[in-house]
Design a protein around this ligand. Structure first.
Ligand SMILES: Cc1ncc(COP(=O)(O)O)c(C=O)c1O
Length: 418
């Protein structure tokens, strides 16, 4: 292991629970991935030992305009010169609410917080307040944050009764949705869905238009609130809202990650009819009105909603996805590339334990491209055509490594594992 990395891991092992916690724990990655990073610039990140990688995770979503984007950083500098934390919000909050309601089709108002979990959980609170009902339907495998209502049955420290009002369905399965609505009976407050199925460790799956329309129709019929969780998809599918092209609008939507290009900010957006309920819930936090992340978000949203920015995401993501398919085929490897262009992912056929993915991601890392083997990737506007060419150079060598590994004796064991 490299020197700075080894030293940081040893020190954090004595002062941080488990040395590291959460989804960014390197324990979820193949050996050799760095835990610590010291710098990001454009499409690149540098680990603690100074190795550069092209960042195909964009910090797991937030970095949509590249690290240290000059427009965002200038807005941050200007706001820092004014201050961050006051006895109330600055005018940035009003400007940001205006910008978001002008950008996102269904939104008439915006309420700000810090993390995706805050936004999805506030959404549930608004829905329950509006309807005076309790049950919430969500899909198996979907992630809406770390709050108790959406926690998995294996989550430590959360009593099962805190999930008592959550009913699980299968994503894209209208029959299971109808069954859950029946089960909720006259107590259904909300249906919470992600715009597409992007669960960890599986191919990404677009929403079926029938499912999206059934969700809307059932919410209308049962006086329930349709909540769209755009935390991961926000600004990477359609800045006006991911289901707008389907003709389906949610009542509430939760946004975070890309909203501030790396600055801590989240937003709950809603329709006018839910504004009164939104004023009644308890929504506040010591840092929720911070002006610097709001200034960052203003610069980010203005930039990312431009058609030119969206065109880069589409062109670069499409090129990456097409070339990955071609490269894999040239080595006789069978892959499935899924997801929208700016949220791509790839799995290998007959690789249920993600062992080939691990070999591939580790090899790509050696060649200077940081991909996650089991979680979807993220693109940003810093992934220009030239950057994608460098990435494809790395992925070609990574496929070569997988081809060599699968040709080795004992590879059948590798392929059976998992
Ligand atoms: C779809 C979705 N919703 C909610 C969250 C929670 O966001 P946060 O980690 O900022 O609390 C995430 C985080 O990955 C997410 O992907």
């Amino acid at each position: 292991m490299n020197k700075a990395e080894a030293s940081l891991r040893a020190r954090s092992a004595t002062t941080v629970p488990g040395g590291m916690y959460g989804h960014k724990n390197v324990a979820h990655l193949p050996a050799g991935f760095p835990q610590f990073f010291e710098k990001g610039l454009g499409a690149s990140i540098w680990d603690a030992d100074g190795h550069e990688y092209i960042d195909m995770m964009c910090s797991w979503g937030p970095i949509i305009l590249g690290h240290q984007n000059p427009l965002v950083d200038e807005a941050v500098r200007q706001q820092l010169a004014q201050g961050e934390c006051f006895n109330g919000p600055s005018s940035r909050m009003v400007e940001l609410a205006e910008l978001l309601t002008d950008t996102v089709a269904h939104a008439d108002w915006a309420l700000f917080c810090k993390n995706g979990t805050d936004a999805t959980t506030l959404a549930v609170a608004v829905a329950r307040t509006e309807t005076s009902k309790r049950k919430v339907i969500m899909a198996n495998g979907s992630y809406h944050g770390i709050a108790a209502w959406s926690s998995s049955p294996t989550a430590a420290g959360i009593p099962a009764d805190e999930r008592a009002h959550t009913i699980r369905i299968e994503y894209n399965d209208v029959a299971s949705l109808r069954a859950a609505v029946s089960e909720a009976d006259d107590d259904l407050a909300a249906l919470v869905l992600t715009p597409l199925r992007h669960d960890i460790s599986r191919d990404l799956e677009p929403v079926s238009p029938e499912f999206a329309r059934a969700a809307r129709e059932l919410c209308n019929r049962h006086n329930a609130v349709l909540i769209l969780d755009e935390v991961r998809t926000g600004f990477r599918i359609d800045p006006v809202g991911s289901w707008t092209s389907l003709g389906v609008q949610p009542d509430l939507s939760a946004w975070s990650k890309a909203l501030g290009n790396g600055h801590a900010i989240a937003a709950l957006l809603g329709t006018r009819t839910l504004e009164a309920a939104a004023t009644r819930i308890t929504a506040t936090g010591s840092f929720w009105f911070g002006s610097v992340p709001m200034a960052a978000a203003l610069a980010t949203v203005r930039e990312i909603r431009r058609p030119e920015s969206q065109a880069i995401l589409t062109a670069s993501g499409t090129k990456l996805q097409n070339c990955l398919r071609t490269q894999a085929a040239s080595y006789g490897l069978d892959v499935n590339v899924s997801g929208p262009p700016a949220l791509p992912f790839m799995t290998f056929a007959n690789d249920p334990g993600f062992e080939l993915s691990a070999v591939w991601a580790r090899a790509a890392l050696d060649e200077g491209a940081y991909f996650h083997p089991t979680h979807n990737w993220f693109l940003g506007t810093a992934h220009t055509d030239a950057v994608i060419d460098r990435v494809l150079n790395a992925t070609d060598l990574a496929f070569a490594r997988v081809a060599r590994v699968t040709a080795e004796p004992g590879a059948d064991r590798l392929l059976r594992a998992g």
